[in-house]
Design a binder for this molecule. Sequence first.
Ligand code: MLT
Length: 312
Amino acid sequence: CLAWGSASAQGAYPNHPISLVVPFAAGGPTDVVARSLGASMAKTLGQSIIIENRTGAGGTLASQHVARAAPDGYTFLIHHNGMATAPALYRKLSFNPLTDFAYVGQVADVPMTLLGRKDLPADGMAGFIKYAKENGNKVNLANAGLGAVSQLCGMLLQESLGVQFTTVPYAGTAPAMTALLGGQVDVLCDQTTQTIPQIKGERVKLYGVTTLDRIKALPDAPTLQEGGLKGFEVKVWHGVYAPKGTPPEAIAKFNAALRAALKDPAFSQKMAELGAEIVPESKQTPEGLQTWLQSEVDKWGGVIRNVGVYAD
Ligand code: MLT
């Protein structure tokens, strides 16, 4: 425990390992970003960063845990768009993303990919659309629960195709990917930070990317927009949070380590290979994250209320 401001403790932070909470399963896309970010930040902080996977309820259990954790500079959360969609998706949410956290900064933006199991009898986007319309709820769509970006992407996909698949939720897209590889589910929309190795290994069928433009890491992959879903766009962004009341000195040190990691070639090259793009410096700040979160709460709140999905 630290005595902030006392002469003996000054400059002592951090003096023991820091916990970085990941809301989804180990080995999945958020975990991949967190582990590689944590390894780089630890070099600057001189303390290790322990990744804690706290899964459940589409990421909201992890957020709740961090909102209630001691604000001592030793617990942080990395989360994606799910932080902004939760208030619209969950009627009873035990935390408020806009008032219960201190903000550290944003990390990287990640495209998603629409995948089918290797032996799905549908080729190319035109084949996929036809198959989806003909088979409707016989198609099993994996996701990581309400609040996961795989759910968000799947929701927009069904909405734009005018179909209703059967949804199969997992504790993260790592187990969802295992199910896709094993043929237990048919379709998964997931981030390139997990899917690129599977796509390159030809273990899945790739239908397209969810960005409006093609991406460097998969130059031959068409966008879903090219495939006929006009305006279809989902981009995943990541923010780092702390419990509200965390000492500003700890936030400043953690932020400086975050910014150093975003310049560290060991981190940025790995992100580039996995299709992720480091955010510009203006977004790497507490203010940059806070402003962005507010705009995303507004944007996705509207989209989700239009579709009408939510949980109690
Ligand atoms: C994960 O890390 O498993 C994913 O980010 C879950 C998701 O949001 O689809």
